[in-house]
Design a protein. Structure first.
Length: 262
């Protein structure tokens, strides 16, 4: 585990640069990026080619956040992406899971997390999906139920995956669908799934429509299909059938890792 290697833990908060390739791994929240990032760090730290360095850019930074350090029009960006419906459902469950953990471990603020958890469970996934079309309601929820330490978890749920590579030429983006496990197979590492304490698996056709309309650009950009027959179990655990950029491309990029200098 990364936490058991203090000398590596600092890389958890930074953008990884694939040395000698002008390629950068952008960590999109709720797309399996933590497992991919940790595997990259472990795999290439042990090789020690080249030596890992720590330089700061937030690990969830988007390409546009890096313009002061790199040319985003010529650099390559590696992404782990996820079916938009499955990602949004995962984000909702993750917010509840955060509260469950905080209630157990933060006695001082336990009541705050209990109140927020109660709100999220009361509105359910349908109410959470309703927020997609109501910016003012989202603003009110943020002000009422979220503090500065975990506000980003809420915001990320409503950000398009394609926004991480906004204005980047499509030819410079290598996107791996996490459902296909290609990126894990190419790295020759075991796939680890997050263990959530609470999973809401009820989606509903109306909610699927709302999510599709909001994240339509992600469906198009990463070639995901909308299907009325998919249920939550499939969305959380599926192996996607649609094709994507070949995983073999990744092998030629991996020459080592360093962290991007701001």
């Amino acid at each position: 585990m990364l936490e058991e290697r203090p000398e590596l833990y600092v890389y958890k908060t930074n953008v990884l640069h694939i040395v000698d390739t002008d390629s950068y791994f952008l960590h999109i929240p709720k797309c399996g990026g933590t497992s991919v990032r940790d595997a990259l760090i472990h795999s290439y730290y042990t090789k020690q080619t080249p030596e890992l360095k720590y330089l700061s850019f937030h690990n969830h930074s988007k390409a546009e956040d890096l313009v002061s350090a790199i040319d985003i029009n010529t650099s390559k960006f590696i992404l782990s992406v996820r079916h938009p419906i499955g990602r949004f459902l995962s984000a909702y469950n993750f917010l509840i899971d955060i509260d469950i953990r905080n209630i157990e471990h933060d006695d001082e603020n336990a009541q705050f997390y209990k109140t927020r958890k109660g709100y999220l469970e009361k509105i359910g996934f349908g109410g959470f999906a309703d927020l997609l079309a109501d910016k003012e309601a989202r603003k009110s929820v943020k002000q009422t139920y979220f503090n500065t330490s975990d506000l980003t978890h809420f915001d990320w749920a409503f950000q398009l995956q394609s926004s991480w590579v906004k204005d980047v030429p499509k030819s410079n983006v290598i996107a791996y669908k996490i459902e296909q496990n290609d990126i894990f197979e190419e790295l020759d590492i075991p796939l680890h799934r997050s263990k959530m304490k609470s999973y809401n698996r009820s989606i509903g056709l109306d909610n699927k429509d709302k999510i599709y309309k909001y994240f339509e650009k992600d469906f198009d950009r990463f070639r995901y299909q909308f299907s009325e027959q998919w249920d939550a179990h499939h969305l959380l655990n599926e192996r996607a059938t649609a094709t994507n950029l070949p995983a073999k491309v990744f092998k030629g990029l991996l020459g080592g890792i360093k962290v991007l200098k701001p």
